[in-house]
Ligand binder design. Structure first.
Ligand code: HEC
Length: 112
């Protein structure tokens, strides 16, 4: 009986380790405040955040309403593609930002 209880008490540990091995790596969660800083440091060189005015690239204001400047749907995954691989005229920022910075800046851009 005692041994059975000990074994039972160990179950949560096994479950914890099993969960840690589970591959679908969770994305970091985006932080809007930090994202604003990333935006100002990197994206702001080419994009207005609070207007639609063209700088080097289009002004991004209005994305929270669901549409990108090109009229495509504004989704997290599409923004991640844009940041990583850049549309034609935009540089690829894949290796310039950490995964966390990408999530942060996407969270910020989705509020514009
Ligand atoms: C060196 C200039 C430059 C930088 C830096 C830059 N972009 Fe861009 N971006 C552009 C240009 C130019 C376009 C338009 C591309 C085109 O139409 O081919 C664009 C397009 C976009 C679009 C619109 C895509 C669409 O489908 O409407 C988004 C959103 C965007 N950029 C987000 C970002 C974010 C977020 C960052 C920072 C992480 C960033 N950009 C950094 C130049 C830049």
């Amino acid at each position: 009986m005692k041994r059975a209880l000990t074994a039972l008490a160990l179950v949560p540990f096994f479950l914890t380790f099993a969960a840690a091995d589970d591959p679908p790596a969770k994305r970091p969660t985006g932080d809007i405040t930090r994202g604003k800083i990333v935006f100002e440091n990197i994206c702001g060189e080419c994009h207005e955040a609070y207007s639609r005015e063209e700088k080097v690239g289009p002004g991004l204001q209005g994305i929270k309403n669901g549409q990108l400047p090109t009229g495509r749907k504004a989704t997290h995954d599409r923004l991640l593609d844009i940041v990583n691989d850049g549309p034609a005229e935009m540089p690829k920022l894949k290796d310039r930002l950490t995964e966390q910075e990408k999530e942060d800046v996407i969270a910020f851009v989705l509020t514009l």
